[in-house]
Ligand binder design. Structure first.
Ligand SMILES: [Fe+2]
Length: 279
């Protein structure tokens, strides 16, 4: 099975051109998964999926993350919004989505992929940007790749959130600090044999390295990985479907007015392999 597709940038993102019913049925999902891990991000325009259709498609792509079902019909659905009335559990953390990150770096097995559709768009801002952690790893010199293979990074909630809210309250900081940390290798050796950086704002420090050197290294890698030549910026249109491979990309939302009503509907696929470094 092949699907018609076109690259969106040299390194990241492809647009696919598919029949709506065939997509929802799952008939195209093996081909979409293959393209997804090659290109990091897949988009399709003009589909206008309902929540049920988006969930049905998600289930054909892998293991749907269920989370806590608050209301009937919302199984697996997360509403991405700044509005705490719409999403009382998570809206207060979404400011962190404006900083480059991978999702679930606190988990041994980070989520595989996320599937998004827009429900309300902001008149200004609110684009989503992606960079490929495979392509940015590949672009490094070989001697640096070999060195990075030896390093481990501690990921923390406070590292992920504090830069987005430096005027937080003591209570907010204490809440972030209460979440468990997770140590990951800096270079992920995937079961496919490919390698990618495990880079995210959640990366607090390199294990065993002087804090000043650790800060410089993580900042330098972040600057390298987010150069415009590696980045795809998605300009949202109603009807879009967007899928990203969370295990091989970073993402961030561009700022938008908190009262814009912007709302995206999100389903997440559970991870399928733990982050493993060099054997
Ligand atoms: Fe995210």
């Amino acid at each position: 099975m092949t699907i018609k597709s076109e690259p969106l940038t040299e390194h990241t993102g492809s647009e696919i051109f598919v029949d709506r019913e065939a997509l929802i049925s799952g008939a195209l999902s093996p081909a979409i998964r293959e393209l997804l891990v090659q290109r990091g991000v897949i988009i399709a325009r003009g589909l206008h999926l309902t929540d049920d259709e988006q969930r049905a498609f998600t289930r054909t792509m892998g293991d749907l993350r269920l989370g806590t079902v608050k209301q009937e019909g919302e199984e697996g659905l997360q509403k991405v919004t700044f509005d705490e009335k719409v999403n009382p559990d998570y809206a207060k953390f979404f400011f962190g989505s404006l900083l480059w990150h991978m999702d679930g770096t606190y988990e041994e097995v980070p989520p595989f992929a996320t599937i998004l559709t827009p429900r309300v768009l902001s008149a200004t801002g609110g684009q989503t940007e992606f960079t490929s952690n495979y392509a940015t790893y590949e672009a490094l010199p070989d001697d640096e790749k070999a060195w990075l293979d030896t390093l481990k990074v501690v990921h923390t909630m406070q590292a992920a959130l504090f830069p987005g809210k430096p005027d937080c309250t003591v209570e907010e900081f204490a809440l972030w600090h209460s979440y468990p940390n997770r140590e990951h290798p800096l270079v992920w050796h995937h079961k496919t044999g490919r390698k990618s950086l495990v880079l995210s704002t959640s990366g607090s420090h390199v294990v065993g390295m002087h804090p000043a050197e650790s800060h410089d290294l993580l900042q330098r890698l972040m600057a390298h990985a987010t150069q415009p030549r590696f980045v795809y910026r998605h300009e949202w249109q109603m009807g879009d479907l967007l899928i990203w491979d969370n295990t091989g990309t970073m993402h961030r939302a561009m700022p938008y007015p908190a009262d814009s009503g912007r709302q995206l509907h999100r389903f997440t696929l559970n991870g399928e392999e733990p982050v493993r470094g060099v054997a």
